[in-house]
Design a protein around this ligand. Structure first.
Ligand code: FDA
Length: 457
């Protein structure tokens, strides 16, 4: 067993952990980053699949994400616009394919009025929510005790309006069914992006991509950190003490090969994985409880690459939605400068469960059938096809991120980031602004680093 001594040990080399490490090194601290996988990036992973560059994990950047944008600038990374010229597609309940422009789907006038009304109501409520402390809203408990499905039912009896508004938060963001999370959790999701209107506006929320892939952020950060980052080192045990003498090691992170003794430890892992580690002594009661009330969402990100972006010739932007389709949303995801065309589609929560019961061949057929409803028969014949399956990833266990069960946010939210002795927590899944996004991971990495710098000073 190799023994290492350092100021701060960081568990997890995702965007949060690597940002924290970078900030601490800049402040003159010694750090060691222990990463379970044999690569850095966590939920950022730009892969080569059969000769196609695919963003297997996170990829889009929106204009409000200033922590991420600053990091991209610092690292000299360039961005480009998501392709969006032309008409979008909406598929109605009876399967009719309708083309449209703008944000509001081509639905009957009454439904459109209900959708616009719901967006206004949600925007007004979201404006009252502090994304860093949604539990302080005067009606937080009440809003956390009703499901988002139920809240929508109390607002309108128009089912199509409810399905569409539900889709923006459920299928598209928390990747859980609307009955599985609270109205407060839905408001946090929207508040973290500035407003509910931002979530509805694909041109805002899915604005830009990074030339060469978003995994370059963790790759470049790790390159600068050099041999401070140790791969293939799942942390199994954390030994800690509350009152270590000043300057002494208060915490030890143990992997199968290393023992890292440090004054502070950052758990930069999804909160659902905190319990994978053994703690000596055990974590306090509050942590034992609260981590049981969080769970990962679940979505399949589907990549289909074609010889050409054939939909553009039909005047289509590639942007497509339908709450009635297996793939509830899809986009043109062609890489910068690529002559081939790529579509990306998403199959969320219960629909994902359903297709994972099928064989791989049947699943592919069902998903491509759904894409063909938006783009025509050609969509059934990609030259490269790939499904990002984060549910099978031992060190992630779902996608995109973790959220609380009913009532959990009001009850436990305030303690999610509370340190335990020398142990601190940082992850996109506990961010306010940028919650569940890379921007939030960077914010949490910065926050925890600044707290440690102050603590160790
Ligand atoms: P992350 O999970 O990335 O990192 C945690 C790290 O800890 C991992 O590397 C893991 O291996 C490691 N680890 C866990 N347990 C360990 C242990 N015991 N010992 C050592 N290491 C351990 N965001 C966005 O901004 N735009 C987007 O378009 C998307 N799209 C998107 C698509 C898909 C399919 C996914 C899965 C996710 C997104 N996201 C996204 C979300 C975004 O990718 C995510 O919020 C951040 O990358 C999370 O970064 P963190 O560092 O917080 O956690």
């Amino acid at each position: 067993m190799e023994r290492i001594e350092t100021d701060v040990v960081i568990v997890g080399a995702g965007a949060a952990g690597l940002t924290a490490a970078t900030e601490l090194v800049t402040a003159g601290r010694e750090v060691v980053v222990l990463e379970a996988r044999d690569r850095v990036g966590g939920r950022l992973w730009t892969g080569d699949v059969d000769g196609a560059m695919l963003e297997i994990g996170g990829q889009w950047v929106s204009p409000d994400q200033d922590a991420l944008i600053e990091t991209l600038d610092e690292l000299g990374l360039e961005t480009y616009d998501r392709y969006r010229e032309g008409q979008n597609v909406y598929i109605a309940e009876d399967g009719e394919r309708r083309l449209f422009e703008g944000e509001i789907f081509p639905v009957p006038a009454k439904t459109e009025g209900e959708i616009v009304g719901l967006i206004e109501k949600l925007d007004a409520l979201v404006a009252e929510i502090d994304p860093d402390a949604p539990w302080t809203h005067p009606r937080a408990k009440e809003l956390d005790e009703i499901s988002f499905a139920h809240w929508l039912e109390t607002q309108t009896d128009d089912v199509e309006a409810r399905l569409n508004i539900g889709m923006f938060i459920a299928g598209a963001m928390l990747t859980k069914p609307t009955h599985a999370f609270s109205a407060l959790q839905a408001l946090l999701m929207a508040a973290s992006a500035g407003s509910f209107s931002h979530l509805v506006d694909a041109d805002f929320i899915l604005d830009k991509r990074v030339v060469g892939g978003l995994q370059q952020v963790p790759l470049l950060l790790a390159e600068r950190l050099g041999d401070r980052v140790r791969l293939g080192q799942p942390v199994r045990t954390v030994r800690w003490q509350e009152d270590a003498p000043a300057g002494a090691a208060a915490v030890v992170a143990v992997t199968d090969e290393l023992e890292v003794h440090a004054r502070e430890l950052v758990l930069a892992v999804p909160p659902v994985l905190v319990d994978r580690i053994s703690y000596e002594p055990p974590l306090p009661r509050r942590q034992h409880q609260l981590h049981q009330h969080l769970s990962m969402g679940f979505v399949i990100k589907v990549h289909a690459v074609y010889e050409t972006p054939f939909w553009r010739e039909q005047g289509l932007s590639g942007t497509a939605f339908s709450p009635y389709e297996l793939s509830h949303e899809a986009y043109d995801n062609t890489n910068h400068g690529d002559t081939r065309g790529t579509l990306v589609g998403f199959v969320s929560d219960e629909a994902a469960d359903e297709v994972f019961r099928l064989s791989a061949e049947e699943r592919k057929e069902r998903i491509l059938e759904s894409l063909s409803h938006y783009y025509g028969e050609q969509a059934k014949h990609p030259v490269v096809y790939y499904e990002s399956d984060w549910g099978s990833e031992e060190w992630t266990r779902g996608a995109y991120a973790a959220s609380f069960d009913m009532g959990g946010l009001a009850r436990y939210g305030a303690d999610l980031r509370t340190p335990v002795g020398p142990i601190r927590f940082a992850c996109s899944d506990m961010a306010g602004k940028g919650y569940q996004h890379v921007d939030g991971a960077i914010r949490m990495g910065r926050l925890v680093a600044s707290q440690i710098v102050e603590e160790l000073a």
